[in-house]
Design a protein around this ligand. Structure first.
Ligand SMILES: Nc1ncnc2c1ncn2[C@@H]1O[C@H](COP(=O)(O)OP(=O)(O)OP(=O)(O)O)[C@@H](O)[C@H]1O
Length: 317
């Protein structure tokens, strides 16, 4: 079990990035960390891996304390692996040699089998003999993940793991990698901007705001009961609108066009989203977005109904 006990860290005394972070993670559990750019997601991953000297607090993996560079010649806790945003692979050797570098040379058969297994997970079997310098950014990112998994860490820390991978590949890779981690009971912490990492694959979601943990809970609960607009906006173009003096948070899919209602919207724009249109409009002087199955022409008046809205209460109580 990972125990992060009231840790505080800043790159300087006056610039605290992680303020009193306190949480735990069980073996095999997956945690997603989200929050606006610069909120401290990467810093948290680095602190957990043991790359930073904490100002306050302690980190434990079972009974072993994770210590920073002040206490270690080679920073980085041995039971963990960390894949940074700027992964450093060996460019002049092949993909499989990069993975094998982390496996024992004394058991060549086992090492080959493991390499093949990981190439399958990252869907790069056909690139096994290609030199890393000749790969695209997204392909390098996949090799970095495979390399980190080579020695079966007990916890893997992934910083924006799919940021350079196209949508088509991303979805199948995500399924492969996260189910592989579950199968091997490897705990995982992912720093991400992508709601899909959190909603479909994580057991827990942590949202960081202003150097604090704002929430740490089940992703489905957070999605349906976001504490505030900051949280809901991580998932969708959320509306914050006032109706009859009541302030509501509403996702665009929670609004529908109806034949008649007291809520009227003047349509200003529509954006094609593939399976639906995102319609922008003006509702009593407030900008509003809602989903519709077809295009609605500009300057049309439509009536809307709010199917349901987000419950912002009870979160974290
Ligand atoms: N080596 C460093 N020295 C000084 N300040 C740093 C250093 N690394 C990060 N910071 C600062 O710490 C804060 C948190 O940065 P961090 O990279 O952890 O954010 P992040 O949430 O991962 O951002 P992003 O989503 O853009 O990757 C930022 O204000 C950043 O400028």
């Amino acid at each position: 079990m990972l125990l992060v006990n009231n840790i505080t860290f800043g790159y300087s005394k006056n610039n605290i990035v992680l303020n009193d972070f306190d949480f735990s993670l069980k073996k095999g559990e997956h945690l997603c960390v989200m929050g606006e750019s610069g909120c401290g997601k990467s810093t948290l991953l680095k602190a957990i891996y043991g790359l930073l000297d904490l100002q306050k607090g302690e980190i434990f993996w079972d009974k072993h304390q994770v210590l920073g560079p002040e206490f270690n010649l080679v920073p980085g806790f041995e039971k963990f692996k960390y894949v940074a945003q700027h992964f450093d692979l060996m460019p002049y050797i092949s993909v499989s040699e990069n993975i094998k570098k982390f496996l024992s040379r004394f058991y060549p058969e086992e090492s080959e089998q493991r390499t093949q297994e990981l190439l399958q997970v990252i869907e790069m079997k056909s690139f096994a003999n290609v030199k890393v310098k000749n790969l695209s950014g997204g392909q390098k990112q996949r090799v970095a993940i495979a390399r980190a998994l080579a020695k079966k860490p007990e916890l893997i820390l992934l910083d924006e793991p799919f940021s350079q991978i196209d949508n088509f590949k991303k979805n199948s890779l995500r399924r492969n990698i996260f189910s592989y981690l579950k199968e091997k009971n490897i705990a995982c912490i992912v720093a991400t901007h992508d709601k899909n990492d959190a909603l479909s694959f994580a057991d827990k979601l942590m949202v960081i705001k202003e150097n604090h943990i704002l929430i740490n809970d089940n992703p489905k609960t957070i999605y349906s009961k976001p504490k505030e607009k900051y949280v809901a906006a991580l998932f969708d173009d959320v509306n914050e609108i006032s109706i009859d003096g009541e302030n509501l948070l509403v996702y665009p899919h929670q609004i529908e066009v109806v034949k008649a209602s007291s809520l009227e919207v003047f349509v200003t724009n529509s954006f094609f989203k593939g399976s639906y249109w995102l319609v922008e409009g003006n509702f009593e002087g407030q900008k509003i977005f809602f989903n519709h199955y077809s295009l609605i022409a500009q300057k049309t008046m439509v009536s809307i109904a709010i199917k349901n809205h987000l419950d912002c209460k009870n979160q974290g109580d």
